[in-house]
Design a protein around this ligand. Structure first.
Ligand code: 5HM
Length: 190
């Protein structure tokens, strides 16, 4: 298993990408923030038979939420808020809440989705326009749209290329730490 993280994404090959492999035993780093917004594909993950996300579809979100909350971070996540699809909010309701929660959050973490999640891409636009530190969790060997690949040129973005979120948690921590630190340094004019 290889996990890579960087300020620049790979497209499909992973070539020339700095690797985090072998450093999973590094101590966890405190991100030094209080809250984050966790975004990712939603409607496309609803089981048409039940209207809810299956256990497998929930797993990456569940894993990330538990991991961040164990670090005493306050996590806002719409999938959990809307009971994994059982209590889906109307567009007029969830749009305002999501934008406000992203505005309030100290950082933004997202799975852009494959196929691309339209809602997550709108949220990514908000997060970058609000100047939030961003961590993007990219599935290995997937193609992401140009503006996701290039987002680091206009915002503070760290990318974690992974095959399994649970295995990637140490890399996610390091990426979040780096994004927050770089964001603070940029704000101080370094
Ligand atoms: O287009 P998609 O459903 O994949 O959009 C997912 C993103 O939009 C999530 O990150 C979530 O924060 C937001 N969203 C929401 O809050 C989306 C939907 C359904 O589209 C929803 N509540 N009901």
């Amino acid at each position: 298993m290889t996990i890579e993280s960087s300020t620049q994404p790979t497209s499909t090959t992973g070539a020339g990408f700095p690797s985090d492999a072998g450093s999973d035993c590094l101590p966890e780093e405190s991100p030094g923030i209080r809250s984050l917004f966790l975004a990712g594909p939603f409607l496309q993950l609803l089981d048409p038979a039940t209207g809810e996300m299956s256990g497998d579809a929930r797993a990456p979100f569940d894993t990330l939420i538990k991991h961040f909350e164990a670090q005493r971070l306050s996590v806002h996540n719409a999938h959990r808020r809307e009971a994994w699809g059982a209590e889906l909010m109307r567009p007029e309701v969830c749009t305002r809440i999501d934008q406000e929660e992203i505005r309030k959050a100290d950082a933004f973490v997202a799975l852009p989705g494959f196929p691309a999640s339209p809602g997550t891409h709108i949220e990514l636009g908000w997060a970058s326009a609000f100047g939030k530190p961003i961590v993007l969790l990219l599935e290995r060997d997937r193609q992401y749209t140009f503006l996701v690949q290039g987002l680091h040129t206009v915002a503070t973005v760290e990318y974690v290329v992974h095959t399994d979120i649970a295995d990637a948690l140490p890399a996610v921590d390091r990426a979040l730490h780096r994004a927050v630190t770089r964001h603070r340094e940029a704000a101080r004019g370094h």
